[in-house]
Design a protein around this ligand. Structure first.
Ligand code: GLC
Length: 454
């Protein structure tokens, strides 16, 4: 592994600290289900170095479900864990219950990309240490594109027609289960990430801008969502509306899709020895809205936080530093193709060999969710957004048949407490409101973003 001399000293320092603190403490670490095994391999190393024990408890795989559980637990003061694996999207919502890790890190945080540290910093408190970075990436079946003479597409339009062409030809050739494009369409945080890519790549903004102004109500966003709705039943199966990351991987791995949007860890599954699509998959950035447009993957990632109320804060912080340090991050990359946030690891030959350059390249251009702008209301914003997007995709929401909740959701600007202009400001009850007066709804699939007063 190539690490800078400074990092080696930091690591040595870390080992010394461990030696001084060695003792038989038992810690509980809460992690998402799909990461349990890879985390366990790193935890075992730490246990043998320090003599401490770690009990790993698994939460759900859905970021939204995991967050709900962790937040309820931390708020009630009845923590089940000393350490929590937390999504970058939610850390701000629970930061008051998390310990400041900066005093424990004593400079080790400088190994990480500054943006990764910034994402977990609240008013100078470092409330979690980055475990890995994520960004949306498009996987595709190289073999099928080559077989049907279809070039790799770089725009959403190109992807739609490439998917249609390959799907039609394969179905005619007796492959009835093949679909063109699968993604994460379940109403949860993953759908927010997918829809943000569709919208941002077409210059439709980021739902809410830095000053808190809600900008989702725009023609580019309408167009992006209308196009996405047109995929369902055409290039994407209805079931995609129930898919999260794992379901998408299972379908793609079974050979049932030409394109799949997912995160870098999917690469490990697709290339596993028992994967039916091993050696047949390529990766590329998510498509652009137009040939000259942007192709951003939504920025994601997870970190390790220590509960402020943990009776073993100092030892827990040591474990957090080990998991998120060079040895831990490298192992996560080798085992699960998770992308490190430690800069030196980007030059590590084993890391480079494990992750295709196309996956590393996606980090050159990413889009962030409006977590900073929304502050502690981000969960409201995201929930309203993904619920609305899901309704549009499933065809449940259209201007002629609008549900009362959708009307409430996106209307009403009275009593808002948002940006100075008063436009598109926060609604105390529903979290967010559109422009006062709202735009009128014009066609199916557009009501949730265009929907103001009806
Ligand atoms: C990935 C990302 C995370 C995101 C989640 C959505 O796990 O790392 O940031 O919120 O997917 O499903």
């Amino acid at each position: 592994m190539q690490v800078r001399p400074a990092s080696v000293f930091i690591l040595l320092g870390y080992c010394l600290v461990c030696a001084l603190h060695a003792g038989a403490v038992e810690l509980t670490l809460s992690v998402t289900e799909s990461n349990t095994e890879s985390i366990r391999t790193v935890v075992e190393d730490w246990e043998s170095i320090t003599g401490n024990r770690v009990r790993i408890i698994a939460t759900d795989n859905s970021s939204t479900v995991t967050m709900d559980r962790i937040r309820t637990e931390l708020r009630s003061g009845e923590n089940r864990a000393d350490l929590y694996m937390v999504d970058v999207a939610w850390t701000g919502l629970i930061q008051e219950h998390l310990a400041d890790l900066r005093p424990y890190a004593s400079g080790m945080e400088k190994m990480h990309l500054p943006a990764a540290i910034e994402a977990y910093t609240y008013r100078d408190r470092l409330v979690a240490l980055p475990l890995f970075l994520d960004a949306g990436v498009m996987f595709f079946r190289m073999d099928l594109l080559a077989k049907h003479g279809v070039p790799i597409p770089f725009t959403w339009q190109g992807l739609t027609s490439a998917a249609e062409k390959v799907m039609r030809a394969e179905r005619e050739a007796g492959n009835p289960n093949l679909w063109g494009y699968i993604f994460q369409g379940q109403p949860y945080e993953g759908l927010t990430c997918n829809a943000l890519e569709w919208i941002f790549s077409r210059n439709g903004g980021t739902i809410m801008e830095h000053d808190g102004t809600v900008t989702i109500n725009n023609p580019e966003a309408v167009e992006a969502l209308a196009e996405a709705a047109s995929w369902i039943g055409r290039i994407s199966p209805e079931e995609v509306l129930t898919f999260a990351e794992e379901e998408s991987i299972a379908a793609f791995q079974a050979g049932n899709a030409v394109f799949m949007r997912n995160w870098p860890f999917a690469w490990n599954r697709l290339q596993a020895d028992d994967s039916p699509v091993k050696g047949k998959v390529g990766s590329m950035p998510v498509p652009r809205g137009s040939p000259a447009g942007r192709s951003p993957g939504t920025m994601g990632g997870w970190a390790i936080a220590v509960a402020d109320a943990s009776p073993h804060r100092a030892v827990a912080a040591e474990l957090a530093l080990y998991l998120t340090g060079p040895l831990g991050q490298k192992k996560f990359c080798i085992v699960d193709t998770h992308i490190p946030s430690i800069e030196a690891l980007f030059k590590d030959q084993e890391v480079i060999a494990r992750v295709p350059m196309a996956v590393l390249e996606i980090f050159m251009s990413t889009v962030s969710r409006p977590t900073a702008a929304a502050g502690n209301k981000y969960d409201h914003v995201s929930r309203i957004f993904f619920t609305g997007v899901h309704s549009v995709l499933s065809g449940a929401e259209n201007p002629k048949r609008r549900s009362p909740t959708s009307k409430q959701r996106w209307s009403g600007s009275a009593g808002t407490a948002g940006n100075k202009s008063g436009k598109n400001a926060w609604h105390p009850e529903y979290g967010v409101a559109t422009t006062p007066g709202g735009d009128s709804c014009t066609s199916d699939g557009k009501s949730f973003i265009a929907g103001g007063q009806t």
